[in-house]
Write a protein that binds this ligand. Structure first.
Ligand code: CA
Length: 225
């Protein structure tokens, strides 16, 4: 099972995360400040790091920067509410994802699954094709086919579909889709995700009478295999 390092100085939050992650079956390491966090991140062979930004000792940004000099381990940053500067800084120095506090634990768990999934894919040999049922994506030409018939998709529709399929069987939040498929200029406006999901459903689900994209109530969307 994956080992997750939590770097968080607020003992209550750290304890809560530890319990929830252990409950999900993860192995958990804790660090209460930036220096210890960095040390454990570099030494203990962890699979993923949940890293608070506001930390005593070394800030989360600094920890992330130094970890990145040596390792590509997935890092999910925790930022104070609405601090866009921190968020951008974190992503600039190589964090994989971020969450603003307070957050729903389900959402963090979903992001952890995506990050671990992505890490697994990264070490697999690259393939040019993704397939789910009769739907095939050609990753080189950015084209999609259903039963060998080419789908006419815009660039964004294709990118959204590819992201959903790469993370198949994982419920993705609207914010996650927005952050990974669109640029930051759309920050906060998740309506655009619903609009593009509708386009994809028109072009695939409705056209071929299948149920490809499922809505996860109160969260976002999922493509199940
Ligand atoms: Ca903190």
């Amino acid at each position: 099972m994956a080992k997750i390092l939590i770097v968080e100085d607020e003992a209550k939050i750290a304890r809560f995360l530890e319990l929830e992650l252990k409950h999900e079956g993860y192995e958990v390491e804790l660090a209460g400040d930036g220096r210890l966090g960095l040390e454990k991140a570099l030494k203990n062979n962890v699979d993923l790091i949940v890293l608070d930004i506001m930390l005593p000792g070394l800030s989360g940004i600094e920890v992330c920067r130094r970890v990145r000099q040596e390792s590509q381990v997935p890092i999910i940053m925790l930022t104070a509410k609405d601090d866009v500067t921190d968020k951008v800084a974190g992503l600039d120095i190589g964090a994989d994802d971020y969450m603003t506090k307070p957050f729903a634990i389900e959402e963090l768990l979903a992001r952890i699954r995506v990050a671990l999934n992505r890490k697994k894919q990264a070490v697999q040999p690259l393939t040019d094709v993704l397939q789910i049922g009769s739907l095939i994506l050609n990753l080189k030409s950015h084209s999609a086919y259903y039963d060998k018939e080419e789908l006419i998709l815009t660039k964004k529709e294709y990118e959204l579909l590819e992201y959903l399929i790469r993370n198949k069987n994982v419920a993705l939040t609207r914010e996650q889709l927005l952050n990974n498929v669109w640029d930051y200029e759309y920050f906060g406006d998740t309506n655009v995700v619903d609009v593009y999901i509708r386009y994809l459903r028109q072009k695939i689900d409705e056209k071929y009478g299948i149920h490809l994209i499922t809505t996860v109530r109160g969260l976002g969307y999922i493509i199940k295999e």
